[in-house]
Structures are given as C-alpha cells and as structure tokens.
Design a protein around this ligand. Structure first.
Ligand SMILES: O=C(O)[C@@H](O)C(=O)COP(=O)(O)O
Ligand SMILES: [Zn+2]
Length: 215
C-alpha cells in the first residue's frame, strides 16, 4: 500500500470518528473503528482514544496476525474486529459504538435474541437486516471473538448485550451508514414499544432483500 493510500484511510477514520462523536453517537473514549488493508493487516483506533479527536499518525497499524507495526496500542476489541473480518471477507471496515438507543435495546430483558429489532422500515432491512444479540462479556474479553464467530458470517451487524453494536461494511462509509440506521431504528423501536406497531411482512422483507442485497 502506498503512503498516499495509507494516509487516505487514516484520514477517513479520523473524519468519520469525529462526525460520529460530534453527533453524540458515542461518548468519551467509547467505541472503536477499524479498516482492512490490502496486505491483510488493519488500521484500528487506539485504546482509550476519543473518536472525536483522533490523531491520524497515532492510529494503530496491525499486521495480519494482529501484531502492532506502528502507532499506539490498539483498541482492546482488536480481536473482536479480527474475528468478524475472518468471517466476512467482503467487509472492509467495522464500527463499534455506544450509541444510546442501540445500547438501551441491548439491555432489554424481553427482546428476541435472534433478531433484536423488528423490520420497522425498509431502510433498516436494506442496511442492517437481522440483528442477533451476543451474550454479555466484559469488554476486551477474548471470548467475545468466539461468540461473534458463529454469527458474523450471516450478519453484518451484531448487538453486544449491555454494551452496543458492532457493524461491518464493504467500506467505512457503508459501515457508518448502517450503524446510524441501526441507532435511528433502535430509537423508533423504543418509541413504539407497547403500541403494537405494524412491521414489514416477511414477504415485504424478502422483496427488499432480493432487490437490495446487503453485502
Ligand atoms: O466498551 C469498551 O470498553 C470498548 O468496547 C470500547 O468501546 C472502547 O474501548 P477501546 O477501543 O479499547 O478504547
Ligand atoms: Zn464498547
């Protein structure tokens, strides 16, 4: 990868990180972002970094085995990102946030753990689809990598119980868009709880999935 391409990817992480943080989609030093590199390595946000104030030169550059090449110590969820990439060769970027409404849904006792948010809107189906709940683990617990392995091949987004969403995309832009759509739909879901909303039918979902296949 040329220095120019490397810089471009670093700038993308900084720009999207700031945009997500500035809109209150993750707070403090929560959340992390990664991008896959052509040589099999990754760029990842450093641990304890604020997504709103990332320094491109300090972003963690990892080799294909997760070894640090340069930059600061990577996010404690690096193995989680790597486990998801391993199941999703088509994914180029992953975003994990503590977006409030998505986290709220991840704490509810009575959600469908195979599909935490019903198909309320077409755009949600197009961007996210079925959203499984991953059982609670301490952040940074390597067992979380094993827990997502069985799910990430079939789902581009998963919801970590009592924690938050992890969303993969074919580009960083796509992963960010899907994360934003998940958050907005989580908000709608909470607004509509107890009101028996009319959801899309299985036929309507199937039609969308045929017309707008997700990566
Ligand atoms: O919730 C956590 O602790 C992590 O999942 C997180 O969001 C931020 O951790 P770092 O990326 O290690 O800062
Ligand atoms: Zn987290």
């Amino acid at each position: 990868m040329s220095r120019h391409d490397d810089n471009r990817l670093r700038e993308q992480i900084v720009t999207y990180g700031q945009s997500l943080f500035d809109r209150g989609l993750t707070m403090g030093s929560s959340g992390n972002i990664s991008m896959r590199l052509d040589d099999g390595g990754w760029l990842m946000t450093p641990t304890n970094a604020c997504l709103g104030r990332l320094d491109p030169a300090r972003i963690s550059h990892l080799d294909r085995d997760g070894g640090l090449i340069d930059g600061d110590k990577p996010t404690k969820e690096s193995f989680l990102h790597m486990a998801m990439y391993a199941e999703r060769p088509q994914s180029q970027a992953i975003v994990h946030l503590h977006s409030t409404h998505s986290v709220a849904v991840s704490c509810l006792p009575d959600i469908d753990t195979h599909d935490c948010i019903p198909p309320l809107t077409a755009y949600y189906v197009m961007r996210v689809g079925r959203l499984p709940l991953v059982p609670y683990h301490v952040p940074g617990d390597t067992a979380l990598g094993d827990a997502v392995k069985g799910l990430a091949g079939r789902h581009s987004a998963v919801l970590l119980a009592n924690h938050g969403p992890v969303v993969a995309g074919k580009s960083l832009e796509a992963a960010v868009y899907a994360t934003e759509e998940l958050e907005e739909t989580a908000k709608l879901f909470l607004l509509l709880r107890g009101q028996n909303p009319r959801c899309l039918t299985p036929e309507q979902v199937a039609e969308l999935e045929a017309k707008f296949p997700r990566d």
